[in-house]
Design a protein around this ligand. Structure first.
Ligand code: ADP
Length: 217
């Protein structure tokens, strides 16, 4: 069954969340105070309506508490973002996700009850820098402060060698969890699998070990 989501604030961030959910078959209600934004969002949501999320009555009349998840994607108006989260939690919305512009904003959003605070600019900045520092890393997920999963382009020196020969576990303290070649993913590569040009290793390990591996030529 489809989940019901409401996205408040249909700027670039809110709209991309709405669209991705909608495209995946979820029910998405778009909400914005700005009529033009609401009109522009029509193709990217199940319904879109004009409403001010700092107005408790407006939120009630939408039936906001029936939504499984509400995303507050209000941009620069920090006051409106905080007040919206506060009202949504007071009205009993189970899961509220909110975008923060900076650390202090994020702390306040948590205090008023946001279940998940995201920092899109900060996180994207970190990702871009990470990729500049290690061009072989195509993608990564931080599991904790010290551990990550990374997609790493196979270094030239490892081409045509087998996984057994590479012995990444002993040499780099890394585990290979999959090998990707373009869109094909092999989730249980055999130790005899030879590395081809274009292979991407999905490896898990400690950040310093990943960094050492990803910077091999
Ligand atoms: P982005 O950086 O994601 O493009 P914007 O600041 O352009 O962010 O977009 C935020 C959206 O949030 C705007 O469309 C704005 O009209 C909307 N918005 C701001 N305050 C409220 C509110 N109180 N209720 C509903 N929508 C709001």
């Amino acid at each position: 069954m489809a989940n019901q989501y409401a996205v408040i604030g249909l700027g670039r961030f809110g709209l991309s969340i709405a669209y991705k959910l909608f495209e995946s078959g979820q029910e998405v209600l778009g909400v914005d105070v700005n009529e033009e934004r609401v009109e522009e969002s029509q193709p990217y949501a199940t319904h879109s309506i004009i409403a001010d999320s700092t107005d408790a009555d407006a939120l009630k009349s939408i039936g906001i508490r029936n939504f499984d998840t509400v995303i507050v994607a209000i941009g620069n108006d920090i006051q409106a973002s905080i007040l919206s989260v506060l009202l949504l939690k007071e009205l009993g919305v189970k899961k509220v996700i909110a975008k923060a512009l900076n650390k202090l904003h994020g702390q306040v959003l948590k205090k008023v009850g946001a279940d998940w605070v995201v920092f899109p600019e900060r996180d994207m900045g970190i990702r871009v820098a990470h990729q500049l520092l290690s061009p072989n890393v195509l993608n990564f997920i931080e599991l904790s402060k010290n551990y990550s999963v990374e997609e790493v382009k196979i270094p030239d020196r490892m081409l045509y060698k087998t996984l057994r020969e590479l012995d990444l576990r002993a040499r780099y303290n890394l585990s290979v969890i999959a090998i990707r070649h373009e869109d094909e993913i092999n989730i249980s590569p055999s130790p005899d699998k030879k590395m081809d040009d274009g292979d991407v290793l999905v490896v898990i390990g400690e950040n310093r070990d990943l960094e050492r591996f990803a910077n091999l030529k």
